[in-house]
Design a binder for this molecule. Structure first.
Ligand SMILES: O=C(O)CCC(=O)C(=O)O
Ligand SMILES: [Fe+2]
Length: 298
């Protein structure tokens, strides 16, 4: 019988030793688990508690979390994803944006403290991963230092009737890379590998990384944008915490010159991340199909 695939693990305490594994995971899966990273597990647990209590707030308060860019604020349960709701902020490196998010949700001083610490630590880590990813391909890792991050906390209100149904429809992340603190107890996330959905089982203390459409464009097609979804496996609440490194703020997304030559002609036109995000929203193509609309030639 064929062995069930399981997602690659990257040991963050073992660099440069893990570069090759990182590059392979990013090209073949667009997804990996990170262990031995620098985010303290106490901070992750504390943040999880804060996130849970913010998502349990009355809808009237959650509605104060308004959009800064399309879709960055409160998402109420919808017809498409009736079990899912989320709160979020743009951009995570801005202390003003973090402050505004906390004020909208009437966070207590200790909750604010946890959110600020988490935002800073995860922001550093996402830049570190962006850097290591480029270095794993023999490139300079400084390219993403000024790119904005979006932050989103997700809650799935799974019920007995919803077991077996989908909590979040299949999609790719539109940005460059995502750090996900998935629920340490409740599974349900599935990533697509060569047409097959592979369940991502919880591993407390670790973090999951997904690569998105911008990583595919920036790398001139080398890095894989991973399609994923969340399935309801049990009748309970599931919470996850996502940070998205999006792409250049105003500049167009350009592959490094080292990744373009006669054997590897440029696959995508020049566009900004914001233009691409709007294209995905207006076409409702959420699972990477919008990439076909921005290819240099059909
Ligand atoms: O909740 C999860 O595990 C995944 C969430 C997700 O894919 C997203 O927020 O883009
Ligand atoms: Fe996602």
């Amino acid at each position: 019988m064929e062995k069930t695939q399981s997602i690659p693990t990257i040991d963050f305490s073992d660099f440069p030793g893990q570069y090759e594994k990182l590059r392979k995971a990013s090209e073949e899966w667009g997804c990996f688990r990170v262990v031995n990273h620098k985010i303290p597990s106490e901070l992750m647990q504390e943040m999880k508690k804060v996130v849970r209590s913010l998502l349990d707030l009355p809808t009237e308060i959650k509605k104060n979390n308004t959009d800064v860019i399309a879709g960055s604020g409160y998402w109420a349960p919808s017809t498409k994803n009736p079990l899912y709701e989320a709160l979020g902020l743009y951009d995570m490196a801005s202390s003003q944006a973090v402050h505004d998010f906390c004020s909208q949700l009437e966070a207590s001083p200790s909750q604010r403290d946890t959110i600020e610490k988490y935002a800073q630590a995860i922001n550093e880590m996402i830049m570190d991963i962006g850097g290591k990813l480029a270095e794993s391909m023999g490139l300079n890792g400084d390219y993403c230092k000024e790119w904005p991050c979006q932050f989103r906390i997700n809650k799935y209100n799974f019920t007995p009737e919803s077991v077996g149904t989908t909590g979040v429809q299949i999609h790719t992340d539109s940005g460059f890379l995502t750090i996900l603190q998935d629920d340490e107890n409740v599974g349900g996330l599935e990533v697509n590998k060569s047409g097959e959905f592979v369940p991502v089982d919880p591993l407390p203390g670790s973090l999951l990384v997904n690569l998105g459409d911008m990583a595919h464009v920036w790398s001139n097609g080398r890095l894989h944008t991973v399609r994923h979804r969340v399935q309801c496996k049990e009748a309970t609440i599931r919470v996850s915490i996502a940070t998205f490194l999006l792409g250049p703020k105003e500049a167009t997304v350009e592959p490094p010159p080292e990744l373009v030559d006669t054997d590897h002609p440029r696959l995508y036109k020049s566009f900004t991340y914001e233009e691409y995000r709007e294209l995905r929203i207006s076409t409702k193509l959420q699972a990477g199909e919008a990439l076909a609309l921005v290819r240099t030639s059909p």
